[in-house]
Design a protein around this ligand. Structure first.
Ligand code: F6R
Length: 614
């Protein structure tokens, strides 16, 4: 996620903006920039931006001798267009009279870009952001706030903007929808920022903006109105109770927990971006005609990835075979090359990776290309090596994941792969239209259902408090839930250091059942599904041996509670999407177990967020 800071006041804005940006660094970024209104008589806007770390921007700024009193700054996490100086924010309007910084995604930017090009606007970057700043210029008839409001009303998507203008050189203009934005209230100075840490050195008094609120501020005051109706909105000034470290985590104790709680929002963004409910279509804007043709005629898919992303690959196998009827093989990246895979031109190798830099996955990608297969990368980090080298890329847009243990990146991988499987099924004529519609309506409920699942946290806590001293856990599941037996066990292992092993429940009788006694906790993932009865029989067998059962089941399921000591409930959904649901209580469980054991949750021992060595 990008970071925004804006300042208007008596101080020199440049060090204030730099300090603000440095406090947003923890979120991850690939480039940064600032814009300020020069105090000279005709108030030109100056922009300084650089690719890479803030040190580059700082170096460029050391050559600037201005002392402006108003400006905006941005750290960019690329979404549209590679990380580069050209794509870094702020962006200028064609007439150089407006500059904007932006967080989020403008979904209909292509359409607006074509409209603006027809009117003679030229674009200096590949970003979606640039359309807004030209639109403001286009709408400007003498009042900046009105032009800003009119321009935003033409946009679709989730975003936050902060704008400065030569026409109103003492003011900042801002807007929020779904992406956070706060106004910081100081003495003879005011701020606007995407995150509280950016303004904490200067003030703890903030106004949280609501969705579709737009406003302006100068050094003395601020004004907030609604996007569609310019009547003022009365806002309360609140005092931030957090210190810097707490503020970076949005008030959560750990980034991992923050990221677990971000899942409904990132799922909603994915659904909004990928589903066109009016036309009952799934949209993958980066899939070219050729890529769609490949998907339609594919002979075999190979899902290749590591760790949590490998579990997403296993889930994808169930999805693609079930709904698109494509034979799908799943491989861990580190083994892919050594199995000398048999690949043909009609195969697609799908590389799933959060970082886009994992060495084994990159090596697998190169091997696949060498052997002539078509490569499709599902990546979170825009512009990463795997994203650049694959024939085609689909971004997951989960935002930066700071906790080492992957949570929200996994859920968005699952959701993106599910929608891709549906899209492939549609292209291949394997899904009857009625079933397709039904699946889209299930998908619509995912974000609100994820919120409901998070309400299970107190129940998860109770269970963890009883089990946190245990050192061995078994996770069992079948079918679509099977990858979560592996993922639940991996999450627990990596952050709590308890040993945990995930099995396909049908394998229990072939060995693991020997471990079951009255000391052994077994986590059974048993949502409503084709394999429900078989899973219930497994639970019966565990109960007969006095194992301690913890279940993840569908809301309203009474049968499960006969066997389980604790049950975490998830709402009813299609079996096809259930993997996205059942993992959330397992993430919460691993998190609580780690906290109770006093572990370093965000940076577990021996692990790195990005594994760039083989
Ligand atoms: C586990 C975890 C790792 C990663 C794996 C792949 O919580 O985060 O297992 O999933 O290292 O990383 P990416 O997805 O960046 O290729």
């Amino acid at each position: 996620m990008c970071g925004i800071i804006g300042y208007a006041g008596k101080r020199n804005a440049l060090p204030v903006l730099m300090e603000g940006l440095s406090r947003l660094e923890y979120r991850g970024y690939d480039s940064a920039g600032i814009a300020y209104v020069d105090g000279n008589h005709n108030h030109p806007i100056h922009i300084i931006k650089e690719k890479g770390k803030l040190i580059e921007l700082r170096r460029a700024l050391s050559l600037v001798h201005a002392t402006p009193h108003i400006g905006i700054g941005h750290t960019r996490w690329a979404t549209h267009g590679e990380p580069s100086r050209r794509n870094a924010h702020p962006h200028l309007s064609q007439d150089d009279n407006f500059a904007v910084v932006h967080n989020g995604i403008i979904e209909n930017y292509q359409e607006i870009k074509s409209y603006l090009k027809r009117k003679g606007y030229t674009f200096r970057s590949e970003t979606d952001t640039e359309v807004l700043v030209h639109l403001v210029q286009d709408e400007f008839r003498g009042d900046v706030l009105t032009a800003f409001r009119n321009a935003i009303q033409r946009l679709e998507g989730f975003f936050a903007f902060v704008l400065i203008s030569r026409h109103s050189p003492n003011e900042l203009f801002f807007f929020k929808r779904s992406n956070p934005l706060v106004v910081g209230v100081g003495k003879k100075e005011n701020f606007v920022a995407s995150d509280v840490p950016a303004i904490l050195p200067y003030t703890k008094r903030v106004v949280y903006l609501g969705d579709d609120e737009v406003g302006c501020l100068n050094e003395d005051s601020f004004k907030i109105v609604r996007l569609k109706k310019p009547t003022p909105v009365q806002k309360r000034i609140e005092t931030v109770p957090w210190n810097l470290e707490q503020a970076e985590k949005g008030g959560y104790h750990h980034f991992m927990l923050k990221e677990i709680y971000e899942q409904p929002r990132v799922a909603e963004e994915t659904i909004r971006k990928r589903l066109d409910f009016n036309r009952q279509r799934i949209v993958f804007d980066t899939l070219s005609f050729h890529a769609n043709w490949r998907l339609k005629h594919v002979r075999k898919i190979f899902m290749v990835s590591c760790g949590t992303a490998y579990h997403a690959g296993i889930a994808a196998r169930y999805m693609f075979e079930n709904i698109a009827r494509v034979p799908t093989e799943v491989c861990v990246s580190s083994e892919f090359r050594y199995s000398d895979p048999i690949l043909s031109k009609s195969d697609i190798v799908v590389l799933v990776t959060q970082s886009g830099e994992t060495a084994d996955t990159l090596a697998a990608l190169r091997e696949a290309r060498k052997k002539g297969a078509y490569t499709l990368a599902i990546v979170n980090v825009v512009g990463s090596t795997i994203a650049r080298e694959a024939d085609c890329v689909i971004y997951t847009h989960a935002g930066p994941e700071i906790g080492v243990a992957s949570t929200k990146a996994y859920t968005v991988q699952l959701l993106t792969l599910a929608l891709l499987a549906l899209h492939a099924g549609y292209l291949r004529n394997k899904i009857p239209p009625k079933q397709f519609e039904e699946m889209l309506s299930f998908a619509k409920h995912i974000p609100s259902d994820l919120k409901k699942i998070l309400q299970e946290a107190p129940r998860v806590d109770q269970c963890a408090k009883k089990l946190y001293k245990k050192h061995n856990f078994i996770y069992l599941a079948r079918g679509f839930s099977f990858p979560n037996a592996l993922e639940g066990a991996l999450k627990l292992k990596e952050i709590s250091y308890a040993h945990a092993h995930g099995y396909a429940a049908g394998e229990m009788k072939h060995g693991p059942i020997a471990l079951i006694d009255k000391e052994q906790p077994v986590i059974c993932i048993i949502p409503q599904s084709k394999t429900y009865d078989k899973m219930l029989s497994n639970m019966e067998e565990i109960k007969a041996r006095e194992g301690i059962i913890v279940a993840v089941a569908t809301k309203g399921d009474r049968a499960v509670s006969k066997f389980a000591r604790w049950t975490f409930y998830v709402p009813k959904t299609s079996e096809f999407f259930s993997t996205i649901y059942t993992v959330v209580p397992l993430q919460l469980f691993a998190y609580r177990m780690a906290v109770l054991n006093g572990r370093d949750v965000d940076q577990p021992r021996n692990l790195a967020k990005s594994v760039t060595v083989e």
